[in-house]
Design a protein around this ligand. Structure first.
Ligand code: HEC
Ligand code: HEC
Ligand code: HEC
Ligand code: HEC
Ligand code: HEC
Ligand code: HEC
Ligand code: HEC
Length: 487
């Protein structure tokens, strides 16, 4: 090698070295998106604290707040990690800083994020981190709920594959009419004379949308697709009147506002974009507004397969959140005009009456809504000839214990307590017999109601006529007589 070529190589190396240094320094000056998200998050905290300034009094307090603001201003973005007990490390919160704890029974410190969401836990790049997320960010979609809610080899059995059937909500839900639309399918086929008597056409896990020709290639096929399946369907179709999909478990367990927009602390989620719950929270305290995303939205005729949206839906949308609504305004704004209800049907939340088996499925495939229903008026009110069925808690393995524990507003249960059992055999652990009187603890807020009993009253019912239609003939909360009762 000549002296000259050695020099050229050295020069070349020097140039490469310089270029590398320039490249590296440029890189460290430009910031990566995760750092930008964190700065946005810090700024959101600062803005919020500054907003509270006018409310703060006293030198001491002002100084404290000033310091807090300064702390946020001086904060530098750093990679955030959750270290799970099994040694796994997850970095999702590097971008999703400040996101709400999903629920008390799913603490992020032990469950992390990917057990429910999937995705790549270590990635700090949005696209790669989100790759393979279950349901594209909606883990409750029924098509993926077995992976997200059911559990895995890594986290163990969660809501599927357990010894007790009641703990397998993922499997049970596949038998719910709300998930399959099996009732609408059977009943409209019956109305069109295709199955007399009506029969169950689906197996657990199948939905009416899976059937290629639900009406045997007749003209009705398209109507069924458009008017029945496209609205309300839990694993696919949109919620009526909204550009938002109903996402399986989430459509009940993640509460939403009428716009379906996020109001929580995670700055990555645009607060104007529909398609999210109010905050990152799972709950069993489900108010009537949540059920009314699908119910009470319009007139639905199985015989003609027509769905007519309510003309007053704007009023429904404008009504305040459930805790701010009075009985009177709720009745007027929320419930479908033309239908008849008793006071307690409007006063209570749907889930105070509609049991867990009705709502999440009971493992059987039902032919119609009526077939699936468990609750009757007389389960709570008795009749002129009978009282509600008492169920005394004498066994530690009783379902009532876990049911009580999961809802924080239920009063604690003790051995020997008496709860109500429906005529079809389902326990209602929030309906209690205390000093010989029946009380109902409301599931959303724990409010306690005395349940008036028919046997002690002036009720003029015929003991053999027990459907709600029968009761509604006399007990009708309507605009004209909001207190009901009488004839
Ligand atoms: C580099 C930053 C970054 C990382 C890392 C990251 N995300 Fe995200 N994530 C975002 C942004 C930004 C959005 C909002 C996207 C949008 O506007 O649609 C988002 C949205 C989401 C959503 C909502 C999906 C939807 O419909 O918009 C979920 C769920 C989610 N992320 C979960 C995760 C999980 C789980 C991880 C870890 C495996 C993770 N993210 C890691 C930036 C990140
Ligand atoms: C117990 C299961 C579960 C766990 C654990 C969980 N999530 Fe979620 N996450 C959900 C559900 C359910 C939704 C609601 C999706 C919807 O509304 O369709 C959601 C929604 C989100 C969204 C969208 C914004 C929103 O609130 O709707 C983001 C972002 C997100 N999760 C990130 C995370 C991160 C980061 C973690 C870990 C700290 C995490 N999740 C842990 C179940 C979970
Ligand atoms: C995503 C839409 C949707 C949501 C949300 C929803 N429902 Fe339903 N529900 C339906 C549909 C559709 C049917 C009728 C299905 C059929 O007959 O095929 C139904 C039927 C029912 C029935 C009668 C049949 C049965 O399975 O017991 C009850 C009771 C009921 N819903 C209660 C509730 C309650 C309580 C809530 C809230 C916790 C709720 N629903 C939330 C769509 C929904
Ligand atoms: C149509 C509404 C609805 C849907 C859809 C729904 N749930 Fe529920 N779920 C409820 C209600 C209402 C309760 C509370 C029952 C009670 O308080 O007795 C509940 C209770 C629960 C509980 C508490 C334990 C128990 O069984 O009472 C778990 C866990 C649960 N649901 C999981 C799921 C999963 C997983 C999915 C999706 C596969 C799902 N739920 C879909 C309405 C729903
Ligand atoms: C006070 C108890 C109570 C409340 C509250 C209640 N229901 Fe019902 N619901 C019943 C009873 C009882 C039946 C069965 C009717 C019968 O026995 O004839 C029923 C029937 C139903 C049916 C099937 C038949 C039909 O009439 O369409 C649906 C669907 C339903 N309820 C949904 C809801 C929804 C949604 C809510 C909340 C917006 C709600 N219910 C609130 C007691 C209640
Ligand atoms: C889960 C238990 C439960 C079920 C099921 C139930 N109720 Fe009630 N009912 C109550 C409670 C609690 C009250 C008292 C609070 C209130 O008035 O809202 C009440 C009050 C009443 C009253 C007296 C209040 C009034 O002035 O109207 C009547 C009448 C009544 N219910 C009829 C019915 C009918 C009809 C059904 C079936 C559609 C029914 N209830 C189903 C719990 C229940
Ligand atoms: C022919 C009319 C009539 C029918 C049908 C009827 N009721 Fe009554 N009910 C009354 C009258 C009248 C009273 C006493 C006035 C009052 O307290 O509102 C009453 C009282 C009650 C009360 C006690 C209310 C209280 O505040 O003490 C309950 C509970 C009740 N009815 C439930 C029912 C149920 C459930 C059905 C259906 C199985 C039913 N009623 C059917 C007329 C009727």
């Amino acid at each position: 090698m000549t002296k000259r070529s050695r020099l050229m190589i050295l020069l070349g190396l020097a140039i490469i070295f310089c270029l590398t240094m320039v490249f590296l320094s440029v890189r460290s000056f430009s910031s990566s998106p995760w750092q930008d998200w964190q700065r946005k998050y810090f700024q959101a905290q600062i803005t919020e604290l500054q907003g509270t300034m006018p409310m703060v009094h006293g030198e001491e307090q002002v100084k404290k707040l000033d310091q807090e603001i300064k702390d946020w201003q001086e904060k530098k973005p750093t990679v955030q990690e959750i270290r799970l007990s099994n040694g796994r490390v997850e970095r999702c919160i590097t971008c999703h800083m400040g996101i709400e704890e999903i629920s008390a029974s799913h603490p992020s410190a032990s469950i992390g994020c990917t057990a429910c969401h999937g995705g790549n836990a270590l990635s700090l790049d949005e696209l790669t981190a989100h790759e393979g997320m279950y349901g594209g960010g909606h883990p409750g979609q029924l098509a993926v709920s077995r992976l997200s809610c059911g559990g895995s080899a890594e986290v163990g059995q969660c809501h599927s594959g357990n010894r007790q059937e009641a703990d397998n909500q993922v499997d049970l839900l596949t038998t719910s009419l709300m998930a399959s639309k099996g009732g609408e399918l059977s009943m409209s086929r019956y109305m069109y004379g295709l199955d007399i008597p009506p029969r169950v056409l689906l197996k657990p896990g199948e939905t009416a949308a899976d059937l290629e020709s639900p009406f045997n290639h007749r003209a009705e096929e398209q109507k069924f697709q458009q008017n029945c399946l496209a609205v309300c369907h839990l694993s696919g179709g949109e919620l009526p009147g909204q550009q938002v999909q109903a996402n399986g478990c989430e459509s009940c367990h993640v509460l939403s506002n009428t716009e379906h927009t996020y109001e929580g602390k995670d700055v990555t989620i645009p607060q104007s974009k529909p398609g999210y719950g109010i905050s990152h929270n799972l709950t069993v305290q489900i108010p009537y507004t949540q059920c009314n995303q699908c119910h009470n939205q319009g007139d639905y005729h199985v015989d003609t397969m027509d769905f007519t949206p309510r003309p007053d839906l704007d009023r429904v949308k404008a009504s305040p959140s459930p805790d701010k609504e009075t009985l009177e305004t709720r009745w007027k704004k929320v419930y479908s005009p033309g239908l008849v209800f008793t006071k307690c049907e409007v006063n209570l939340d749907c889930i105070d009456c509609h049991t867990r088996k009705e709502v999440m499925g009971d493992g059987k495939m039902h032919v119609s809504e009526w077939d699936a229903l468990q609750i009757q008026c007389r389960d709570c009110h008795g009749s002129p000839v009978g009282q509600p069925i008492e169920w005394k808690i004498t066994d530690k393995s009783d379902m009532a214990w876990s049911q009580t524990r999961i809802n924080p507003v239920f009063p604690p249960l003790s051995m020997g307590d008496v709860i109500l059992k429906t005529a079809k055999g389902e326990e209602l652990p929030y309906v209690r017999l205390e000093d010989d009187k029946w009380y109902n603890y409301r599931k959303t807020n724990g409010e306690k109601y005395l349940i008036p009993q028919v046997i002690d009253s002036q009720c003029r019912q015929d003991p053999d006529k027990q459907s709600s239609d029968d009761c509604h003939k006399c007990h009708d909360v309507s605009k004209d007589k909001p207190s009901s009762g009488g004839e």
